[in-house]
Design a protein. Structure first.
Length: 601
């Protein structure tokens, strides 16, 4: 019954127009039921008043009425089917749109926990299941009570002595349905979870196909996919077997009931008792009973057929509601503060940050621990550290992609939790190491953060990012095509295009998250020189692993295992920080030789 509750739960929230379509469809359903109940009566007239009485006019008249009822039923059925399909399609479109909008409101942490494959299944498979289930329920399910009541009433009125057979068959059928149907909802929910996992494996393999082939792991990934596919097959088999058992069981019960009715009434008909006893069951009435017996089974068969669909509907709806009910980790303030035009002063005060688990509780091991520093307006600051030291996490806290577990982050003296993110984030540009570019043209990618930018501004940003040359080398220049995820570009080209896109917004605060890791040293030097001119007087934060990237910064922050190990200029750290000295020597050679070379210059 929970499937019914889920159906009406959604029905109560659809727009008035869809509720009107639903009500109109149910009026059509009542007419369809009337037509289905009328036709057996006309069959009885053909047999008793026409064939047995040798009355051709009665046969023709009843047959003509059957034709009219059939045509009318066909037209009304088509209208009900159209309304059902239209409403279901509109519902699916609304749910899919709401899901997408909801996903765009979620924080980075929410999306970290909800895998891409999981969300794709909910946006596609689950929405399609709800669409088909709604359409079938709206078209078929609400015929059931009217058909059942009409068939029972007509049998009670015409052949009451056979009513017990109908009651017995219906009782056994209802018991069977109640035993089998309730388990279908949970089983279908398990199927969708296994489909999530299969979809995630498929997506990973397609996205990482170059890695798979490079390591010659095709067979391993095929086995991994096949194993999960087999798990999905097993999960699908159980509800499929239960659903498939309905039809043979119900038809077997129907045949038994027909046999009992023939056993009781057949001898009287064969002996001609009907002619002598007006109360005896006529051949037409027996035929009508068979039709109404089948008609009484149809509602139960409809329920048995639609219940699995309602089970699917409920399971998919719950998965959609799980997304709808997800609260963003980053909550906006009730009365946000307008940051105005940023000067670029950033202060971390005793910041500790731990990612959240699936229950939205902080993990035991924080990524950052008691981090404090100040970046003054217009400074260029390098965040230096090994992979996994917490550099990216640190800079992701500035535009408030995540919230701190403890401590405070101030931007221009205001707590970032109190600022209006819609006015803060457009002033902060980020270029990431894993550069994400979009399918389209180079110009469309460059305009992504600032659609109204002048073309010359785009060219200027591209020159600063050392991207203008390779873009201009395209046959169509800035109108050249960028493939999905930039697959027709090298890693360095994607990074430079991403950097140009960030610079095109003319930000007050620029964050470069290891943005030049895929370019050569010469290209990096040209980019750094151009950035010093382009971002003069504005705050720049550079996440880096190369000393060459950090060496010219106004301030270098050395971070390791989530804690600040040292902070200062290159000249200061080279003499005061053993950790910094170790990094310099590992990348540039002995410090004494470096100092000698610098002195010679």
């Amino acid at each position: 019954m929970s499937g019914f509750r889920a159906f009406f739960r959604v029905l109560n929230r659809v727009p008035k127009r869809q509720k009107r379509n639903f009500a109109l469809a149910q009026v059509g359903v009542v007419f369809m039921v009337a037509a289905q109940l009328m036709i057996p009566q006309l069959v009885q007239e053909i047999i008793d008043d026409g064939v047995l009485a040798e009355n051709t006019d009665a046969v023709v008249s009843s047959a003509f009425q059957m034709l009219l009822w059939s045509v009318a039923n066909l037209m009304v059925s088509g209208g009900v089917a159209y309304l059902s399909a239209s409403t279901a399609t509109s519902l699916a479109n609304a749910i899919r749109t709401r899901l997408y909008k909801k996903v765009t409101t979620l924080s980075h942490g929410n999306l970290d926990r909800l895998s891409t494959g999981n969300l794709l299944v909910r946006m596609t498979s689950d929405v399609n299941i709800m669409k088909s289930s709604w359409m079938m329920t709206m078209y078929m399910l609400f015929q059931a009570p009217w058909l059942l009541l009409g068939a029972v009433a007509l049998v009670w009125f015409q052949t009451p002595e056979l009513l017990w057979i109908m009651a017995l068959v219906m009782t056994v059928t209802v018991i069977f349905v109640l035993l089998v149907a309730p388990a279908l909802g949970p089983l279908y929910a398990k199927v969708q979870k296994q489909l999530d996992r299969l979809n995630t494996i498929f997506q990973e393999n397609v996205a990482g196909i170059r890695v798979v082939k490079a390591f010659d792991r095709d067979v391993l990934e095929q086995e991994r996919f096949t194993n999960q596919n087999n798990v999905l097959y097993e999960a699908q088999l159980r509800p499929a077997f239960r659903a498939a058992s309905f039809q043979p069981v119900l038809f077997s019960l129907l045949y038994v009931a027909v046999g009992i009715a023939v056993f009781i009434s057949g001898p009287n008909i064969a002996a001609g008792v009907v002619a002598a006893d007006p109360t005896a069951i006529t051949p037409g009435e027996l035929t009508t009973f068979f039709n109404y017996l089948l008609t009484s089974m149809i509602p139960i068969m409809i329920v048995a057929f639609v219940l699995p669909e309602l089970g699917k509907f409920e399971a998919s709806l719950e998965r959609a509601l799980e997304v709808f009910n997800t609260e963003p980790d980053v909550q906006l303030p009730a009365d946000p503060t307008d940051p105005g035009e940023l000067s670029g002063r950033i202060e971390f005060r005793n910041v500790t940050m731990a990612y959240l688990d699936d229950d939205a509780q902080p993990l035991d091991t924080p990524v950052l621990t008691d981090v404090s520093f100040v970046i003054e307006p217009g400074e260029t600051v390098a965040i230096l550290g090994q992979t996994g030291s917490g550099k990216t996490t640190l800079v992701n806290l500035i535009p408030r992609f995540y919230d701190v577990t403890d401590g405070t982050i101030l931007i221009d003296g205001c707590d970032v939790k109190e600022l209006d993110l819609a006015k803060l984030r457009p002033q902060i540009a980020i270029a990431e190491q894993q550069a994400m570019v979009f399918a389209g043209t180079f110009e469309e990618n460059l305009r992504y953060g600032r659609p109204d930018a002048e073309f010359e501004a785009l060219c200027s940003a591209s020159r600063a990012a050392d991207a203008h040359e390779f873009i201009s080398a395209q046959v169509e220049g800035y109108d050249g095509h960028v493939a999905e995820q930039g697959k027709n570009l090298s890693g360095g080209q994607r990074q430079r295009l991403s950097l140009a896109r960030a610079l095109a917004t003319e930000p007050n605060l620029l964050i470069l998250d290891d943005t030049t890791s895929a370019v050569d040293v010469g290209t990096e030097a040209r980019i750094q020189e151009a950035l010093s001119r382009t971002m003069a007087g504005k705050t720049v934060i550079i996440v880096a692993q190369r000393i060459s990237t950090a060496i010219g910064a106004d301030k270098i922050i050395l971070i390791d295992e989530g804690q600040i190990m040292a902070m200062g200029t290159h000249a200061e750290l080279i003499t005061t920080s053993p950790e910094y000295q170790e990094i310099v020597e590992s990348q540039l050679g002995p410090i004494a030789e470096i100092a000698s070379l610098l002195a010679d210059r």
